[in-house]
Design a protein around this ligand. Structure first.
Ligand code: ATP
Ligand code: LTN
Length: 328
């Protein structure tokens, strides 16, 4: 069975973008792969996080994974920092990465562009090497991510190939998997910008744990356009197209089906339907989330998977150390 691996960093509250672009993909794919999904807590350190809040968020993301439908029967859930071997491999990969290629990472350029040099951590620059380690350490075949992470998975492929050429076959070359629709959910207030959990205002962003009523209001006030007809046109109607993607993803139907449904609706009617679906989705999800947290299953699941992921990672690091010649 092929292996799937992906992770989310606990830098803020999870958003509807994280669900549609990432978690729902893992859920759909889990039974067809040997699936590994983790919380990338070390990645969160590229920016400052309140330590107490960080700890809480890590646990909450695991609970959210379970509430969204990741099933321990198929999926090994774990926390990155609890498996120290990731760091071991990350260093080796960093030493095989070039300043030039890391400087070309769009996310690094975006996140550092308006900042003074003293405010940009070296970790923000080198983190794609740690992400490559997360992937390569488990010989992952496929890595489902939103479009913004594709470049990082491509870097992982390049680093794997480079290492294999230098030291002999060691790593599998992973494939990024980008969802056809929903690869990028946009901000409701600015539909040209990604819906992001690190967004400060929060008005254009729906959090998975926010009050469903407030989410409903956000959808009702989402920016659209003056054309008044509902159809999918990402270029000219980004706001409406974004709502169509949200609606179709949550309903499990295609964009065409959603467009057909709303072809005679005005914007008010259309938004009301999207708002209702979002509200209902959040209510159900939050109910399950509370059940998961109350059940005490989070620690049990993590303890069990820890042993498994550590063994796999330890073996890979042993092979790598052997190839590169460190140690005795
Ligand atoms: P930030 O927005 O703080 O930079 P992020 O949400 O991009 O963080 P992660 O939380 O680690 O970063 O992302 C987890 C996954 O969710 C990634 O695969 C990412 O591509 C996906 N994702 C995040 N936001 C969206 C979005 N708006 N639309 C679709 N996918 C998204
Ligand atoms: N860097 C990613 C999160 C992440 C990840 C990974 C995703 C860390 N390691 C390995 C897939 C595979 C992000 O910022 N979204």
């Amino acid at each position: 069975m092929k292996r799937l691996l992906s992770g989310i960093k606990p830098t803020g509250e999870l958003t509807l973008g994280n669900y549609i672009g990432a978690i729902s993909q893992f859920v759909k794919m889990q039974s067809n792969y040997e699936t590994f999904v983790f919380v990338a807590d070390l990645h969160a350190l590229t920016i400052y996080n309140d330590p107490h809040l960080l700890k809480e968020r890590i646990r909450n993301i695991i609970a959210m994974y379970l509430a969204c439908g990741l099933d321990p029967k198929y999926t090994t859930l774990f926390i990155q920092s609890e498996n120290v071997y990731h760091n071991n491999l990350a260093w080796v990969l960093e030493c095989n990465s070039y300043m030039g290629e890391l400087s070309r990472m769009t996310q690094f350029k975006d996140k550092s562009k308006d900042k003074n040099e003293t405010a940009i951590s070296c970790g923000l620059f080198t983190y794609p090497a740690l992400m490559a380690a997360d992937i390569l350490i488990y010989d992952a075949d496929v890595v489902p991510v939103g479009i913004d992470q594709k470049q990082h998975v491509e870097l992982a492929r390049n680093l794997a190939t480079r290492f294999n050429n230098k030291y002999g076959d060691t790593f599998k070359i992973p494939e990024p998997i980008i969802p056809q629709e929903g690869a990028k959910i946009y901000d409701l207030m600015n539909p040209n910008k990604k819906m992001s959990k690190s967004d400060e205002t929060g008005k254009g962003c729906i959090m998975l744990l926010e009050d469903p009523k407030s989410a409903k209001k956000k959808i009702m006030s989402a920016v659209t356009d003056s054309d008044l007809k509902v159809y999918y046109d990402k270029e000219n109607k980004p706001g409406v197209s974004n709502l169509l993607v949200i609606y179709s993803s949550l309903k499990g139907i295609s964009i065409e089906e959603a467009t057909e449904k709303f072809k005679d609706s005005n914007y008010g009617e259309f938004k009301k339907c999207v708002a209702f679906v979002v509200e209902e989705f959040l209510e159900n999800l939050q109910k399950k989330y509370r059940e998961v947290l109350d059940s005490g299953m989070v620690d049990k699941i993590l303890d069990e998977s820890n042993e498994k992921v550590r063994k796999l990672a330890e073996e890979k690091v042993r092979q790598v150390y052997e190839k590169i010649g460190v140690g005795r």
